[in-house]
Design a protein around this ligand. Structure first.
Ligand code: BV8
Length: 245
């Protein structure tokens, strides 16, 4: 890996992750040639309109992905573990903002974590917004324990056209961060794809892209390292921490 630009030892770090960090754990990405959106249309399974039109189809799509993510004994990989080690050993604050709905970051030990697009492991009621942990299949027959109505239970994920979660907290962290690292995301989905542009507009902080290949926003990053996440993320984190020892 080419030399990294070392931040101050108390730098506040915000890390954005996408599907690429979970690819080597066995989960499909979205926009790679054989990715999820090459097999099904966003408009058919990942919008509120799709759920209203055909809830069974949307539930089947998420039931299949939840089952794969939660029950196929898939494990966090070295990249997830490296970010957990960085949080544990870095003197300054480290916040992971993930677009992913899997649970690999928390299972690897990351605690300061925001799932801005929600989580497979939760259900939410469209009638009363009650959120509950969930691991099995979901269907329109499920009765919400909050409002006792059927038909409203849906995956607690953020669909296209819905507001991502905890955006105020994310923006506050970006306004103060000294180092913004983007890992395993193609930079196609907003507002996440706009975070690096926000950093540039503020004219502060250093920006780094760690990805298999240059993302749509690659030119906006001050530093970049390309390769598989399980290779470049542990090496980048080791370089950050080496200067701490
Ligand atoms: C909203 C849910 C507004 C669960 C997902 C401008 C501003 C604001 C909004 C928009 C805008 N322009 C357009 C919009 C609308 C839309 C949008 O961005 N559309 C795109 C398609 C143009 N955005 C929205 O609708 C968002 N909501 O803006 O609300 C609003 C305002 C007021 C009131 C109400 C609402 C909501 C977006 C969230 C949608 N939900 N997921 C689920 O099904 O999973 S998005 C989905 O895409 C996933 O979350 C995924 O994580 C995310 C981004 O994809 P990536 O993670 O980047 O994955 P991808 O496959 O694309 O790339 C993988 C990368 O990894 C590649 O670069 C690859 O090279 C790399 N890679 C692969 N293998 C490896 C690797 N890297 C390293 N190692 C490897 N081994």
């Amino acid at each position: 890996m080419k030399p990294i630009q070392q931040p101050a030892s108390d730098a506040r770090i915000v890390i954005l992750t996408g599907a690429g960090i979970s690819q080597e754990s066995g989960l499909e990405t979205f926009r790679d040639p054989d990715g999820i959106w090459s097999k099904v249309r966003i408009e058919d399974v990942a919008t509120p309109e799709a759920f209203a039109a055909d809830p069974d189809r949307v539930h089947a799509f998420y039931n299949m992905r939840r089952k794969r993510a939660l029950t196929l004994n898939l494990e966090p990989n070295a990249a997830h573990k490296a970010l957990a080690e960085l949080e544990a050993r870095w003197p300054g604050e480290v916040l992971v903002v993930t677009q992913n709905v899997d649970s690999f970051h928390e299972r690897a030990g990351t605690t300061n974590l925001i799932h801005m697009h929600g989580r497979h492991a939760e259900a939410r009621c469209n009638h009363c917004s009650h959120v509950v942990p969930w691991s099995g299949d979901m269907s329109v027959d499920v009765v919400c324990e909050g409002c006792a109505k059927p038909g409203g239970i849906r995956p607690n994920v953020v669909w296209f056209g819905e507001m991502p979660l905890q955006m105020d907290r994310i923006q506050a962290a970006l306004f103060e961060c000294d180092l913004f690292i983007s890992i395993g995301t193609s930079g196609n989905v907003y507002p996440a794809a706009g975070f690096v542009g926000l950093m540039r507009k503020m004219g502060r902080g250093h920006t780094v892209e760690l990805n298999l290949e240059p993302s749509t926003g690659a030119s906006l990053f001050a530093e970049s390292h390309y390769g598989k996440a399980t290779d470049i993320v542990p090496r980048y984190v080791a370089a950050l921490l080496n200067d701490q020892t």
